[in-house]
Write a protein that binds this ligand. Structure first.
Ligand code: ADP
Ligand code: MG
Ligand code: MG
Length: 902
């Protein structure tokens, strides 16, 4: 036979050949097993089949050339090392077959343990264990169970039931009471179940068991639950999974054996200490499966001091090595400790900050790295009020934390009832199987939303996040019966009007009202907690990391605020100015009357009188804000929404007029209003007479606002303060619009400002796509740009925000048309491209042009990174998001090795 000349692709890596940085190729589990092996920790020998082999298998439907031979070669060397052959009847080598993708995915295939056992090798295994028949048959029944379930899709409950039957027959609850004969009988029962469901006998050939298990792991990448999980967690669909084949070690050999999990710090609080669980005489997942009660890891010290000390030593070494919290799986076989898994452990938001701070103290990482390890989403979570959970509160169900927050209220099952009760001042939780666009009003009225179906991209989840409303979705333990107005959970019935509490961060559902406590992180930002004094590791860590973020960031962070109170709060939260002060609310309340007069004016005199009456009111508004923002820039947007928004709705007016006429009252004014509303009615108000268009059509309106701004600035400055107003013209699409407004504004400013030293800038929003595309021209007339990314998204996509989010975004997310609503996080390729073009062309025309963003995206972590990259000067967001933006702006500015923090 001619020698094969082509260089073979390497699909299989011995543990000794890999390392922790090869996660793409070896998956997280495999890469870390290799790392531990190379650190000299006791890892049972084994090898990893790469994600590339998996991808090749999934694209072609068969194992790639060379894979079988490579597996054979690695198996042989494993057999040599262990001095045993796979499934050997006298002295069998057994292996586990474990999936392991780059990111840990609970939706993936589970592990198959004890591969290599059959009717003959089970006898050999017993002999190997000194005649321990019980152990051998227990291992065999576990193999059939796991193999059947995960490789051949036999329903797992059938095995569970057979196990329960065996325990019942024995009159026990504890699987340890089953003896060798019982387990032998169970193996027979399992084999029958296997044959019934698969139409074949349980495979006796060890190598066939191994190959089928490997193939099943490959295929599990595309199992539905894995696909759903990836979509939810935004994990790319084309990574594939690796397969780890590991020599078995046995925790079920007797009282001197066992298995456990451990954390190097508390993943809940970040506190240092020893956290974990241990279960004697058990294998694999018994620890987490809850079949018997585990003991706290500390108890191991009494049970097996030598192994315990060794474990603590390895934990310390792993932390030192990974420079982070690690979680660990281990097994003790007759007093010998084996390490079966480690990874950088998941943690709560609070623990993320605390641990990052501790690791800096310990000199393991620097502050840049600490900043890199936390994120804005975690900080935002810490800023929500939380449930105060004493022991009496146990969750009755756990769904998906779809939109964070803590909410308690009366259960309602329909949108209409939610609206009704909310109108009476009640807090309500809307409970549905799933929500649909008809539930929108109920969702708005409710304090929180709870559904029994659907994930993070369901209608309920998407809409709730958009509204900033607490939501738990997919709590599938709930049996919701809307017609009967009740749901059942954990054997209890909850009727309409009963109180439940939901935690949108953890996804937990409680019966009754759980007390809510304020966030200490917010108290810190408010200046109510002194980080130096506070006896609170979290506040200290947040303070330290925020301070570093502020030092590092290039982006300034401003706030959107239209009242002095909001401005003051935002300033405490670290805002460096106001990026968007909306003026429209200043035309509401008891000023409506003046606005109506303005709109109804039929002569210049009437209109001017209305404007003259509005002027001092506006001036007072601005004085208040300029005072709060003393010394910092304040961007004031001239009035933006269509005027009819300030008038009563058409239907209501029509009814009023009809009723008044009936009574024979004087309806002249109402009739005039009605006529005006009819005249101003627009089919697409978002694309209608608003923004700069309004200013160009209603004489004197913008002029009045400009005068109020300039006069307020002069007054604040004359009284010893410092006002830095920036006047922002909304909805400009052509430079001529801006030039016209600017010419008039400059005259007024020059006249008002005189020699007061006040400087007033005039700029524009870039929120119409045409403005972005002609930014070079517009920059000639603008002293600054502020990107209005809400409208830019709305007009860029042609989405009416008020209509589309609730209507069909959930479907778009399900289909993967976008991974996240473009209103939540900026669409980099499309809308982001408009921003990039406008920034570049604007600055080319006017070097040093000040650039900011004032859409909601200014407080979204991913978007902040984008705005940093395109070189904006600042982002502006709601007061509550200011700390998040500060943190993310800091993170955007540091360059690190960029380890994956998933
Ligand atoms: P998961 O990713 O679900 O944790 P694992 O592959 O880690 O799955 O395996 C499941 C359980 O089986 C774990 O408790 C693990 O420690 C145990 N296990 C895996 N391989 C072996 C082995 N070779 N010997 C003993 N126990 C093992
Ligand atoms: Mg594991
Ligand atoms: Mg706008």
């Amino acid at each position: 036979m001619a020698a094969q000349e082509t260089v073979e692709h390497k699909y299989v890596y011995d543990f000794a050949e890999g390392n922790k940085d090869l996660k793409d190729l070896l998956g997280g589990k495999g890469a870390n097993l290799a790392e531990m092996t190379n650190l000299g920790l006791p890892v049972p020998p084994g090898f990893t089949i790469t994600t590339e082999a998996c991808k090749a298998y999934l694209t072609t439907g068969r194992e790639p050339d060379g894979l079988a031979a490579q597996i054979e070669a690695h198996l042989e060397s494993l057999e040599r090392e262990m001095g045993r052959k796979l499934g050997d009847p006298q002295d069998p080598l057994l292996v586990s077959v474990r999936s392991g993708a780059k990111f840990s995915m609970p939706g993936m295939m589970e592990t198959v343990l004890n591969v290599g056992l059959n009717d003959r090798s089970v006898v050999g295994l017993s002999a190997q264990a000194g005649g321990n028949d019980r152990f051998a048959w227990d291992s065999y029944r576990r193999l059939i169970q796991m193999f059947g379930k995960t490789v051949c899709e036999v329903p797992g409950e059938e095995f569970e039931h057979a196990l329960d039957d065996a325990k019942r027959a024995k009159g026990t609850q504890n699987d340890l009471d089953l003896d060798a004969d019982d387990l032998r009988g169970l193996v027979d029962a399992y084999k029958k179940i296997f044959a019934k469901h698969t139409g074949r006998e349980f495979p006796q050939e060890p190598r066939e068991q191994l190959d089928l298990a490997i193939r099943a792991v490959f295929e599990s990448w595309n199992a539905e639950r894995a696909v759903v999980y990836r979509r939810q967690e935004r994990i790319p669909a084309d990574l594939g999974t690796a397969v780890n084949v590991v020599a078995m070690v046995f925790g079920n050999l007797g009282a001197d054996s066992g298995t456990g999990v451990a954390f190097t710090r508390d993943p809940g609080s970040g506190a240092q200490g020893i956290y974990g669980d241990y279960l004697a005489n058990a294998q694999g997942e018994d620890v987490v499966a809850g079949i018997r009660n585990t003991v706290p890891l500390q108890e191991l010290e009494k049970i097996d001091k030598k192994s315990y000390d060794e474990l603590l030593d390895y934990m310390a070494r792993l932390e030192e090595h990974y420079k982070d919290l690690c979680d660990i799986e281990f097994t003790i076989e007759r007093g010998k400790l084996w390490m079966l898994q480690t990874r950088v452990g998941k943690r709560t938001a609070a623990a993320a900050f605390v641990i990052a701070g501790q690791l800096v103290d310990e000199g393991l990482i620097d502050l840049d790295e600490a900043l890199h390890r936390v994120n804005g989403a975690q900080l935002a979570q810490l800023m929500f009020p939380r449930f105060q959970l004493d022991h009496e509160f146990q969750p009755v169900a756990k769904g998906i934390g779809a939109s964070p927050g803590a909410a308690s209220g009366k259960v309602v099952f329909t949108s209409a009832r939610a609206v009704e009760l909310a109108a009476e001042g009640e807090s309500v939780i809307l409970v549905r199987r799933e929500t649909n666009p008809d539930d929108l009003n109920g969702m708005i009225a409710a304090k929180g939303i709870l559904t029994s179906r659907g994930g993070k991209t369901s209608h309920a989840a998407v809409v709730a996040r958009g509204m900033g409303k607490t939501c738990v979705s997919g709590a599938d333990e709930l049996d919701v019966n809307v017609p009967a107005k009740k749901f059942t959970v954990a054997g209890q019935t909850v009727n309409e009007g009963d109180i439940v509490s939901i935690d949108g961060t953890t996804g937990k559902v409680y019966l009754g009202e759980v007390p809510v406590m304020p966030s200490e992180v917010v108290q810190y930002f408010e200046g109510e907690l002194d980080p130096e004094q506070a006896d609170d590791a979290l506040v200290k860590a947040v303070h330290r990391i925020m301070t570093h973020a502020d030092e590092k960031r290039r982006l300034q962070v401003r706030t959107n605020a239209d009242t002095g109170a909001d401005a003051a709060r935002a300033r405490r939260f670290g805002a460096q100015g106001i990026g968007l002060c909306r003026t429209e609310h200043m035309f509401l309340g008891d000023r409506r009357e003046l606005v109506e007069r303005l709109i109804l004016a039929s002569t210049d005199e009437e209109r001017e009188a209305a404007l003259a009456a509005l002027l001092p009111l506006q001036r007072a508004d601005f004085i208040d804000i300029f005072r709060e923002m003393d010394g910092l820039p304040v961007t004031v947007r001239l009035i933006d929404p269509p005027l009819h928004e300030f008038l009563p709705p058409l239907e209501q007016l029509a009814v009023n007029v009809a009723v008044a006429q009936e009574r024979g009252e004087d309806v002249a004014k109402e009739e005039a209003l009605l006529a005006a509303v009819r005249r101003m009615h627009e089919e697409n108000p978002m694309l209608g007479l608003r923004g700069v268009r309004l200013g160009l059509v209603i004489p004197g309106l913008f002029a009045m606002q400009v005068r109020a701004i300039a006069e307020a600035a002069v007054e604040v400055t004359r009284s010893g303060g410092s006002a830095c107003p920036e006047i922002m013209v909304p909805l400009v699409g052509a430079v001529q619009e801006l030039e016209t407004v600017r010419a008039e504004a400059e005259k007024i400013i020059a006249e008002v400002v005189g020699d007061s030293g006040v400087e007033v800038l005039i700029g524009t929003m870039i929120e119409v796509p045409r403005a972005a595309l002609t930014a070079g021209q517009i920059a000639e007339a603008a002293q600054f740009f502020s990107f209005g990314t809400n409208d830019l998204t709305q007009m860029g996509w042609g989405f009416s925000r008020d209509d589309v989010e609730g209507a069909f975004f959930w479907r778009y997310l399900e289909l993967g048309i976008f991974g996240i609503s473009p209103f939540e996080s900026i669409d980099r390729e499309g809308v982001g491209r408009l921003v990039r073009i406008a920034a570049e062309e604007g600055r080319a025309a006017r070097p040093g042009l000040k650039l900011g963003v004032c859409g909601e995206h200014g407080g979204d972590p991913d978007s902040v990174h984008f705005f940093h990259e395109v070189g904006l000067d600042y982002v502006s967001c709601s007061p509550f998001r200011v700390p998040v933006a500060r943190l993310e702006a800091g993170r955007a500015a540091i360059t690190t090795t960029g380890s994956d923090s998933r």
